[in-house]
Write a protein that binds this ligand. Structure first.
Ligand SMILES: NC(=O)c1ccc[n+]([C@@H]2O[C@H](COP(=O)([O-])OP(=O)(O)OC[C@H]3O[C@@H](n4cnc5c(N)ncnc54)[C@H](OP(=O)(O)O)[C@@H]3O)[C@@H](O)[C@H]2O)c1
Length: 287
């Protein structure tokens, strides 16, 4: 009997994550089962009900919070026990900074979820991954060294910095925001930029550090969904983003599916930032 595929989409109750759960469930049909997560049980239940109605397939749900240090290990163990392993883990959840709110209020909770939470997810779920599986961290094309002044690049150089050192650099950014020295140190004003740079760097560095030991064919990458109209971007349309450039969540999910459906015997991309199947250079791979 063929083993059923098992997938998990963290932050799957709305926006791009919701569309991705739908796309993945439809791609697998009865050959797989996709879990979606939300921070609140009622939100997870509502999304599950809606997705089951749309797809006509069983969709599973879990409550999960990236800011809770216990959730990744607890969830990974429970799913490994229930199913024997996982084929796809997508960490799509992200703290939502509000347009106009000062970085001082957002920097700590945002990096706690997006950088520290992402590393906890990678560490906790790797032992549960099956051969030929995929771990994808949905980050952003904004998370590259192009968006940092050159003197800060060494902090995020994944050739020399391990994932914990990268999170320490992110904690240094948070401390600078909180004591009012971030601008003088050269950090960008918009909290989303250091947060996404940290998230991509942590993913890239983690992927490099575990590569010799991962199950055969397992790929770990960060992904950019492309500009998409969701709760996260609606307040930035007309300023940071142009509405006419924005995709629907379904279009963004289709781009992520290109990465998730790549044949497992193709070793690349690995440890990269990928948008619609194409690698975006992070900026630390120059000699
Ligand atoms: N939209 C874009 O144009 C765009 C562009 C580039 C990158 N991205 C990235 O794509 C991903 C999805 O974005 P989106 O636009 O779909 O955002 P969204 O509509 O705001 O959805 C965010 C998702 O993250 C979950 N979440 C928030 N805080 C969480 C936490 N602490 N723990 C676990 N889950 C949490 C939310 O669940 P709750 O309902 O429980 O809050 C929700 O499911 C994010 O990483 C975002 O940065 C988006």
């Amino acid at each position: 009997m063929m083993t059923k595929k098992v997938g998990l989409v963290i932050g799957g109750n709305r926006g791009i994550g919701y569309a991705l759960v739908q796309a993945l469930a439809q791609h697998w049909g009865n050959r797989g089962l996709v879990y979606l997560t939300a921070r609140r049980e009622t939100d997870a239940e509502e999304a599950q009900r809606a997705l089951e109605a749309v797809t006509g397939l069983a969709v599973a749900r879990l409550r999960f919070d990236l800011s809770d240090p216990e959730d990744p290990v607890r969830t990974s163990r429970a799913l490994a026990e229930r199913h024997g392993g996982l084929d796809i883990v997508v960490q799509n959840g992200a703290y939502l900074p509000r347009a106009g709110r000062p970085a001082r209020d957002d920097a700590r909770p945002m990096t706690e979820a997006n950088s520290h939470g992402t590393l906890r997810v990678l560490r906790a779920f790797l032992p549960a991954m099956r051969e030929g599986g995929q771990m994808v961290i949905v980050a952003s094309g904004m998370g590259t060294l192009r968006n940092l002044p050159e003197h800060l690049h060494p902090l995020f150089d994944t050739r020399t910095k391990g994932p914990d050192a990268i999170n320490e650099a992110i904690d240094g950014y948070v401390a600078a925001v909180e004591d009012g020295t971030a601008a003088a140190q050269g950090w960008p004003e918009w909290v989303n930029l250091p947060s996404k740079i940290g998230q991509v760097a942590v993913t890239r560095s983690f992927a490099r550090s575990v590569r010799p030991d991962v199950p055969a064919g397992l790929r770990i990458n960060a992904a950019c969904p492309g500009v998409t109209l969701t709760d996260a971007t609606k307040d930035y349309m007309g300023t940071v983003f142009k509405e006419e450039d924005a995709q629907t969540p379904d279009q963004a999910a289709a781009g992520l599916m290109k990465l998730l459906t790549m044949a497992p015997d193709v070793p690349q991309p690995y440890g990269e930032l990928v948008r619609h199947g194409q690698v975006i250079p992070f900026g630390d791979d120059q000699p």
